[in-house]
Design a protein around this ligand. Structure first.
Ligand code: GLY
Ligand code: MN
Length: 479
């Protein structure tokens, strides 16, 4: 955990932000529910425990079955959790008391876990607002539904509390939490650099094991072992495939063949649960063919361009579009597309090659806070999300501010099914040279991803040792 002052200051800021949502006496309570153990097959064989990230942010205690209430009118706060009994000690060993754990978060009052129910009921009976965040786990959905008397399908809906009698997740609380977690504190940036170092080590070890004849799964295992031995584990399921045209390919059953491209998109979660997320695309035999190198260089240039444009005040949506333009220029120079770049961008042609966004927020979650709502997290109130393929998947469009941590992950993919559909339906509006493009059906895909911190006057990449990215540096590293 961080020092208790960190959590005290965060809750104090949250209280101030929530004070702006209603006059004193009408603010209600904020109810937080931490994650529970989840049975893998039976109760005593649970999945590895992962705490809820907003709980970690405000309370830091990395243990299951905890809840907390902050009274937004009086400022009182209480953590609800049970002390272990002798039966638990026999299996788990002695455990610190709930009161001593709460003290580490700077919370002075604790009560048994089930005592949260009468506290919430009393608030509801008194006609007070019960603010909570939309849960991502089923246990929390059920728990919040039962505590707050809200239908399970409404627990994940986010709306202002004066709508529908407040019987849903609180938009006010979501917005307050997002505004805080979007801007990383210095202590968080240290953790993100640490997770970056671990992710970079994972990729380095993976790269050292890429050679024809090795099973993809073997590389995955070696790579994940690095973060399991030095951190918490992976920050998301590893993507490692010679079929990189499938954006999230979790099938690792192929043998590495010479002459292919291997997409490795993987990251670490460190012991404080901060994430990293890097992608590199490697030539399986150690050297790019000239056809691979041509496409690779375009993606590499887009990655560098995006980084160079990343600074406070710039909307990341515009960085996505600038990267798309450069990509289309590169593809035009290879006669894969033809025509005006601006017209192609207008028509969304880049989405045929990069059907995803340039990046997302990153922090305690690898896609930070997407459980709170992608648009609330990634879009300023005056920004409207596009419906175009590619741009429509952009998860971080906001005007950047210092302390934002985002990914920079352009890609080019040759997806035969998508290309064939666009051709059959004329969706390319005449911009695509299909006879050239179809010669890339066996190419696969390329993605190149770094993690970037927005600073006061620009940006820097997180993690101490940027992974080789220029094609000749990749080849050198592989030799
Ligand atoms: N690296 C996985 C993702 O960004 O979705
Ligand atoms: Mn990513």
């Amino acid at each position: 955990m961080f020092a208790k002052e960190v959590y005290i200051a965060r809750r104090s800021t949250l209280l101030q932000k929530m004070a702006q949502t209603a006059p004193q006496g009408q603010r209600g309570i904020a109810l937080f529910v931490g994650n529970a153990e989840a049975a893998a097959q039976y109760r005593d064989n649970a999945y590895k425990f992962r705490q809820d990230s907003s709980w970690l942010y405000y309370f830091g205690i990395d243990e299951p079955f905890m809840a907390a209430v902050i009274d937004l009118d009086s400022g009182d706060e209480c953590i609800f959790a049970d002390d272990v009994e002798l039966g638990d000690i026999i299996w788990m060993g002695p455990q610190p008391s709930v009161a001593s754990k709460a003290a580490l978060a700077g919370v002075g009052r604790t009560a048994p876990y089930n005592d949260v129910r009468p506290v919430v009921e009393a608030a509801l009976t008194a006609g007070r607002k019960v603010h909570f965040l939309p849960p991502s786990r089923y246990f929390n959905t059920m728990k919040l539904s039962s505590l707050a008397g809200v239908a399970t399908e409404d627990v994940t809906k986010v709306a202002p509390m004066d709508k529908d009698g407040g019987r849903h997740a609180s938009e006010e609380l979501v917005k307050a939490v997002i505004s805080m977690r979007l801007v990383k504190e210095p202590c968080e940036i240290e953790q993100l650099d640490d997770a970056g170092a671990l992710g970079q080590l994972m990729h380095t070890v993976a790269r050292n094991n890429v050679k024809p004849g090795v099973l993809e799964q073997e590389i995955v295992g070696i790579m994940e072992g690095v973060t399991l031995s030095k951190g918490w584990g992976v920050s998301f399921p590893t993507i490692l495939s010679q079929h990189g045209e499938t954006l999230h390919n979790h099938l690792h059953d192929k043998v590495i063949e010479p002459g292919k491209l291997l997409v490795i998109d993987a990251g670490a979660e460190n012991d404080m649960h901060y994430a990293s997320d890097f992608t590199r695309t490697l030539p399986t035999g150690g050297r790019f063919t000239s056809r691979q190198r041509d496409i690779y260089q375009i993606v590499c240039d887009c990655n560098e361009l995006a980084f160079s444009l990343t600074r406070p005040g710039t909307a990341y949506r515009d960085v996505h579009i600038a990267s798309s333009k450069l990509m289309l220029e590169g593809l035009r120079s290879l006669d894969i597309v033809r025509g005006s770049i601006d017209d192609m961008v207008e028509e969304g042609i880049a989405g045929l090659f990069q059907p995803h966004g340039l990046g997302h927020n990153m922090g305690l979650d690898v896609h930070d806070m997407e459980d709170l709502g992608e648009n609330l997290v990634g879009y300023d109130p005056d920004q409207k999300r596009s419906s175009q393929l590619g741009l429509g998947s952009l998860r971080m469009a906001r005007r950047l501010v210092p302390g934002n941590v985002i990914t920079d992950e352009p890609g080019i993919y040759f997806i035969p099914a998508l290309i064939s559909q666009w051709k059959a339906e004329g969706r390319d509006k005449g911009f695509v040279n299909f006879s050239k493009l179809e010669s890339y059906f066996d190419f696969g895909g390329i993605r190149l991803e770094d993690d970037v911190l927005v600073t006061e006057d620009g940006a820097r990449r997180t993690g101490p040792n940027r992974l080789p990215i220029q094609p000749s540096d990749v080849e050198d590293a592989m030799s």
